[in-house]
Each structure stands twice: as C-alpha cells, then as structure tokens.
Design a protein around this ligand. Structure first.
Ligand SMILES: N[C@@H](CCC(=O)N[C@@H](CS)C(=O)NCC(=O)O)C(=O)O
Length: 275
C-alpha cells in the first residue's frame, strides 16, 4: 500500500517542506494511457468521475512507446493502461479499477460494493468480458475497419466469426445481467466498474460503417439504453474522454464516402497497432 494512502481522512494541518512536496509529487498517482485504447478510457473516466487526483501520462501506441525500456520497467507486458501509485505499479484494467475503487476512500460504494456477493458478481462479469465481449468487438472492428490502417488485409471470415461472438455476447448481457428493471448490470440503479469497462469496449463500434453498427447493436434495445445510462451517469467525462474516438469515426466516414480504404489513415489518426 502506498504510504501516502494511509493518511486518508487526515487533514493536512501543517505546511510541507520542499523535499516533502517533491516526495508527495513522486507519490501522486500516474495513469499511463493511450486514449485510443478502450480499457485506457475506462480508467480515465473512473478517475475523473470519482475526483481521484492523477497525472495522465500519454503512451503513444502508434509510436510503439509501450515497448520502450523505460515503460517496460513500469509494465513488463508493454501495454496500457498501467498505473503507478508511489512505488506500486499495476497493469490489467480490471485489476486497476478494483484497486482504485478500494484504495481511494472518496469512491462511492456502488462502483465496487463492499458486499461480498455483489462484488463477486461484478468480478464474474469482468472475467467473462475478456474472452467474450472484448474478443468479439475487437476482432470485428479490426477485420472490418482497422486492418488496412496497420497494413493488414481485412478478413471477412474472421469478421463473420467475431460478429457471432459479439452478437451472442450482447444477447447474454441483455438476458443475464440486464434482465430486470435496473438501469445497470446486475439490476442496479447505479453503475459499477463492470458497466464502465463493458460500455467502453462497446463504444469502439462507433468506428463501424453505420449499417454494420445498426445491424449488430440495433436488436439489443436494452444494451442501447444501458449505454446511454452509463454515459449519463458519468457525464461530462465520458464524452470528453471519447472525443478522440469520435474524431476517428468522422475520418473513417469521410474515407468511406470517398470510396477509399483506410491504408493511409494510420498516421492521421495516430492509431496503435493493437487496441
Ligand atoms: N487485458 C488488458 C488488455 C490491455 C491491452 O490490450 N492494451 C492494448 C491497448 S487496448 C495495448 O496496450 N496494446 C499494445 C500492445 O499490445 O503492444 C487490460 O484489460 O488492461
């Protein structure tokens, strides 16, 4: 545990020396992200909504900064998001969300409830997410939109497989976790870290051709409502953090209307090779 964190709840009643201020600065939470990455956006929104003080450190995936020796000292996996809280470094977005929810006392209980059963259910959704919704959404967007940006061929067969996984994941979200009258996963009326993580993943579908997006999301009315509920519960930060995605969406639309492919877009969009 970061020693600074142990001082929560204590008001600072004395002024700090320069050395102490420098020490405090070093202990400040650093969040390493690329805003084009879905899990990075989830961490940023979470910190902003909960008033967590942090420094955003840009790791430009397009420039392969995640592979630099300096960054690999912080995250040997060479991926974003990553945090450094004092001397404590952590990667994997779900582990980070859990840590932040537990480590910062200002975070409201609904994000990661103290109740063991509700917490366990949230963990269950988060574990499921990686190999279902995330795999389906990422693979579909790569093989329908992003591949040429990285010098790869679009792969319709991989896209078709991914669409099946994506659509069945969206159906499961509706029939299992959104089945009641609640506004959020697990029937709640306030969001948890699972809502934030999953909705940020779905947001990348903004990059699709509108027909594809409507075909995939259109049948899932409850999912569409839940996305709106999550946006509303986290405004204005949700939209602010997603600005980069909306800009990319506009450029892809322009490119499509000119009948081009996306080969030359990577530099203009600053897109990473893996998102
Ligand atoms: N399971 C990880 C996934 C992290 C991940 O895939 N990060 C991507 C961006 S979304 C990345 O850093 N890609 C660059 C690379 O792998 O070189 C999490 O949830 O944090």
């Amino acid at each position: 545990m970061n020693p600074i964190r142990r001082g929560w709840g204590c008001k600072k009643v004395r002024s700090f020396s320069r050395a102490e201020n420098e020490e405090e600065e070093k202990m400040k939470l650093k969040v390493y992200v690329d805003r084009m990455s879905q899990p990075s956006r989830a961490i940023l929104i979470f910190c902003k909504v909960n008033g967590i003080e942090f420094e955003e450190v840009q790791i430009n995936l397009a420039k392969q900064q995640q592979k630099s020796p300096d960054f690999k000292k912080i995250n040997p996996m060479g991926q974003v998001p990553t945090i450094a809280d004092g001397r404590f470094n952590l990667f994997e977005s779900h582990a980070i969300l859990v840590y932040l929810a537990c480590a910062f006392p200002g975070v409201a209980d609904h994000w990661y409830p103290a109740d063991l059963f509700r917490r366990a259910k949230i963990n269950s959704v988060l574990d499921w997410h990686h190999f279902n919704l995330r795999r389906g959404a990422m693979t579909y967007v790569l093989n329908t939109v992003l591949a040429p940006v990285f010098g790869l061929r679009l792969n319709p067969q991989a896209a078709a497989e991914a669409e099946k996984l994506l659509s069945s994941s969206l159906s499961k979200i509706e029939s299992i976790w959104l089945k009641g009258n609640g506004k959020f996963l697990l029937g709640g009326f306030q969001p948890s870290i699972a809502d934030l993580s999953l909705v940020c993943e779905i947001m990348q579908l903004e990059l699709l051709d509108e027909n594809d997006r409507s075909r995939i999301l259109g049948p899932h009315k409850k999912v569409l409502e839940w996305i709106e509920n999550t946006k509303n519960a986290t405004r204005p930060h949700f939209e602010e953090v997603h600005q980069i995605l909306y800009r990319a969406k506009t450029r892809f639309q322009e490119q499509r209307s000119m009948g081009g492919n996306n080969t030359n877009l990577s530099k203009r969009l600053g897109l990473p090779s893996k998102m």
